[in-house]
Design a protein. Sequence first.
Length: 135
Amino acid sequence: SGSIVLKMLDYGIPLKYFKDGKIRVYQIQKACGGAKEIMNNCKKDIALILSNLKPPFRIVSRIVHDISTITGMSVELELERSLHQNFESFGGSLICPYGVQEIVSEKRKQYMKELHASHHTVIYATQFGELQVLR
């Protein structure tokens, strides 16, 4: 998480936003094991991220560290569906960054359809500055 903060500072984001808590950066834990273990670890990370937030808030995160496996991506999709079903009471907005190349290749097309179904808007960025928005 320290390298992310340094990149943000280099980009010009003022240090005061980090000091006063307006911007918080958390390191998502690498969860290993089966789906249940990964889900339990992710729920701990989610609780930490959501602690002490006051609506409206913005979060940029993907909660499962490794989506290159069927188990990791399955847990991620379960969390995405759950959030989407309860979004009205969430209290903020969420941007979920996915590197398409990270998604397990043999099921990539299916997973992309499921991700699209669990989001209000999808922004495909093939390169920096080149975007396509789908709703």
